[in-house]
Design a protein around this ligand. Sequence first.
Ligand code: GDP
Ligand code: GDP
Length: 455
Amino acid sequence: AVEEGFDAEEVTDALDDAGHGPLPVLAVVGRPNVGKSTLVNRIIGRREAVVEDRPGVTRDRVTYEAEWSGRRFKIVDTGGWEQDVLGLHASVAAQAEFAIEAADAVVFVVDAQVGATDTDEAVVKLLRRAGKPVVLCANKVDGPSGEADATYLWALGLGEPQPVSALHGRGTGDMLDEVLRVLPDAPAQSFGAMPGGPRRIALIGRPNVGKSSLLNKVAGEDRVVVDDTAGTTRDPVDELIELGGRTWKFVDTAGIRRRTHLQEGADYYASLRTAAALEKAEAAIVLVDVTESISVQDLRIIGMAVDAGRALVIAYNKWDQLDEERRYYLEREIERELNQVRWAPRVNVSARTGRHMEKLVPAVETALAGWETRVPTGRLNSFLGEIVASHPHPVRGGKQPRILFGTQAGTRPPRFVLFASGFLEAGYRRFVERRLREEFGFEGTPVQLSVRVRE
Ligand code: GDP
Ligand code: GDP
């Protein structure tokens, strides 16, 4: 039932589209109100306007995919962040620190109408220390008369200021050309970069779920907890931990160890740290506190791991505190809220008593295996043929779209491209994904499905 009548070029194009490896990361940093969000929106433009069809999992975007001159990259937006949590200086420094750490190149946005402030100077120091390529964006140069303002910014010592009006689009193309000139082709921290090394795990979850306790438990020692002041520059620390007979790298643990407990409202700051850890990791262990209701923040963090395309394990912590009644409600919450990630292995642990610590490693190994699964094209297509025969797409407007051919464009996570004779409805795509999972496993991994409609 499946035709293979596609020309090679068509297939190669689709694979290029869906099968790219890890993308280099561009961070956009600067003081509040200099125009970072406006600039990011302009760069990602229409691409993000496409409505994502994935109900249930809440998203909180920090990173976006962007494309310029045929090159793709990820862009980290630090614009949504709240400034009053730590005080202006420390906040800007802290958010810039995380964003820069996660990035392969940085766009530093300065308001040319205001000129360089002390806070801008503080960011310049961070940029110097990080040593990553920087493009200086002199924003709010809305017309030729503003060009002079931009030239003052040479004084920052970051090279030529690029005069831009993020609001009107003026100069953004030239600036992006400059960005592409300095942006490396592949991310320096890409997981593809070091095959055979220790597998990298991000231990994430909202504050107080027990990340630090769990890390201490698995590391087998109680380390001194450093109570650092937020905003001071610190390198994220990757810790090598021996577990179940192999070495694992827990990435970005400094934030966990540091125990800076920010007040409520620091969500964005936490999201940024989570995004940075996910960038470096292959698998994520998301910790959930069973003594509290599953929150929007929990869902957001799980959504970030899924969006980042990482292998996923959900660890339900503080199991020692669970009574019958709470357990009853917990199971219902999981059913209701986490239905979308039913495929993620679940472990019920207690960082306090050590309960089921030994189950973490097998769960992560299962998830990584799913993440790396490759389905041979022949097998995939006989499976798709069965689906088309037994569960055809509903007829719409007198037409019946059909899957013609499919191929796996990549792994880590598995990415599939389906070629179809017409638009496949979201419900049908979800059905295909569900059947793919039943057939081939993919336990613990997101599966990405894109559809190419044959014109
Ligand atoms: P962020 O806090 O750095 O993300 O800044 P926003 O993108 O939210 O922009 C802050 C304000 O500056 C908004 O009112 C924008 O409309 C305005 N703005 C952004 N870019 C430009 C620009 O190029 N020219 C002018 N005149 N205003 C701008
Ligand atoms: P983090 O903010 O995610 O790093 O969380 P912490 O590790 O600091 O833990 C927050 C609080 O939860 C601390 O008081 C811990 O002692 C407590 N805690 C962590 N894990 C467990 C657990 O498994 N059982 C119980 N009862 N308490 C825990």
